[in-house]
Design a protein around this ligand. Sequence first.
Ligand code: NAD
Ligand code: DAU
Length: 342
Amino acid sequence: MRVKLLVCGGAGFIGSTFVRQRLLEHGDEITVLDKLTYAGREENFHDLATHERFRFIRGAIEDADAVAGAIEQSVPVAIVNFAAETHVDRSIAEPDAFVKTHAFGTYVLLEATRTLARTSEHGLRYVQVSTDEVYGSIDSGSFSEESPLRPSSPYSATKAAADLLVASYFHTYDLPVAICRGSNNYGAYQYPEKLIPLMVLNALHGDALPVYGDGMQVRNWIHSTDFSRAIGHVLEHGVAGEVYNAGGPDEVANIEVVRRIVELTGAQDSQIEHVRDRPGHDRRYSLSSAKVRELGWTPAVRFEEGLARTVAWYRENAWWWEPIRSGSYRAYYERQYGRALR
Ligand code: NAD
Ligand code: DAU
């Protein structure tokens, strides 16, 4: 079914992947509302910008007027909220924006959703994109949707706050909302502050590959096209008030990810450096996706193939990352890693 969607945070890594899928594969009409932080870039939808069913509005989700204006222009059947500050290290250094965007921004969007009619042919009126990090770390086994929330960083704590607010609008106002929690995403258009794109670009440039601590932390990798499809499944088939976990098919230790990137880029093992660990670093994430699989979703991309494709994308799309790597990112990198890029 073709629908009109308001996609908040649609200029980011996963949001733009979701927008591309919905526009090109489902024929939806998409309006993106995005503040364009350092991570939100028009380059992420360069191939979609002139599409007749695509509209971009620059604005913040915590700005009630901007949100009302976007709803008036787009008349969406549903709002899908990707808008977030997403880097754990930045949340440790400067938590302010995380609190504002996740707690207050989500509240503004939920209030705006209440102005949409409660029921539609479509079903859900709001989908919150969330993360496995709200459950905290798990030594063995996998988190289900019933697992308690035990977030450990300002990033995950404020994402959990947003999830609780979303759930409260279902219980209190009967608002047809759902939450989709993903595991670690990777793929094209990911900002190079995150493990995989950072290591790929550093490897290609002969820079050091900074592994936090012993590098034995495990992440449950999911390709961004698979997570986007899971969010689409929840939007189309999800039940109001429910949470759906969408985890990737593979769990890999960080050091193993970095070794594979060294192989794929032809870099040197000697570029790998163990550096100071992240404070409060979660050791392992793992999600059970049984519930969203029951909606008919299944991940299509295995890590080995997806990583090779991702490395190839970064090799072939220097136009996308060169302005980042030569801009204010350099100052961020120096602050975070205490050293300059080449
Ligand atoms: P990203 O940092 O690439 O993109 C975030 C987008 O939100 C950017 O376009 C940014 O400009 C926009 N934004 C930030 N604050 C805003 C505000 N106040 N108002 C409007 N727009 C704002 O992030 P991503 O990796 O694409 O993550 C998208 C969503 O998916 C987030 O909610 C994140 O918590 C969640 N998630 C991410 C991962 C992952 O591994 N990257 C995994 C699970 C869930
Ligand atoms: O699990 C889902 C989450 O995954 C999302 O909700 C977050 O938005 C996203 O940033 C990601 O969080 P992580 O902290 O797991 O991702 P990051 O890429 O920052 O780090 C992945 C692992 O790699 C983590 O154990 C820390 C480690 N790491 C990271 C960087 C940037 C390093 O060892 N060195 C690095 O330089």
